[in-house]
Design a protein around this ligand. Sequence first.
Ligand SMILES: O=C(O)CCC(=O)C(=O)O
Ligand SMILES: [Fe+2]
Length: 279
Amino acid sequence: MLSKYSTQTMPKLHLAQFVAPTGERSTETTNKIAAELIAQLKAPPHWLVLVTEQNPIDLDMIVNILTTIGQCDATTVGKLPRISKTKIRVDSQQSARQGKVTRYSRTPDALPLHTDCSNKAVPPNLVAFAMERPDPQGGGESVILSAADLVHELPADLVSLLRQPVFPFVGEKKYPILQGQGDDLRIRYYRNQIDSALGEQCILSDQLREALDELERYLALSQRSVRFALQPGEVLIMDNQRVLHGRSAMPADSPRLMHRFRLSAPALSKHRDCATSIS
Ligand SMILES: O=C(O)CCC(=O)C(=O)O
Ligand SMILES: [Fe+2]
């Protein structure tokens, strides 16, 4: 059962709080927006929607804000973070490519709850989706579930199985699905990625396969996952190590267009005040 967030309770940050939609954006303003986003992303539920009220959305501004977040750390200040940028839209050629788990983004299909880049040694912790053109028929809604909320719903024996560093996502490497405690609970999960690794001779015991099937059932029935339609100019921003995301299906000819950004933002995983390093 998915709950629909009402507009009142959605974690949102309005750009207008910082600057008028057409107003000048100074470095100081960008720094303030970045600092506020970091503060919000570090706290539960570790995701939010940035409302720009721009149509079309100013992608350079989004990149600027994300770059600032990526630099907001003693180890990264002054260095340009590598930001991966991808257009997400139905693309039958791309989605026909065999073997690539990422091709699912370009199908019109629903995407189950997952972590982006779950096969990477360290998945990027900052993932953002900027909505340019929603599906006019209401398809392609976003779905979010935080690891902390998920763990509340799971039985303790399943949680301890998921904490074992035994799950294959790629090649020989094995990772836990859940790690860290309390405030620092992190998740790495993409069933398609695990199935793809298992198809390449990786081995998983029956007990662990059953644990994954049980997890899938909890994910599908979660009372705490939330689903909402991003509007043009809205940007869903999340800590990809602390929340899972997915989307509902859309028509095969949907003109939906969103822009995906991924980067590593060390500031999100540290207990320090960012304002000092970007002022
Ligand atoms: O289309 C969406 O809303 C999400 C796509 C997605 O999860 C991805 O491309 O990683
Ligand atoms: Fe994704």
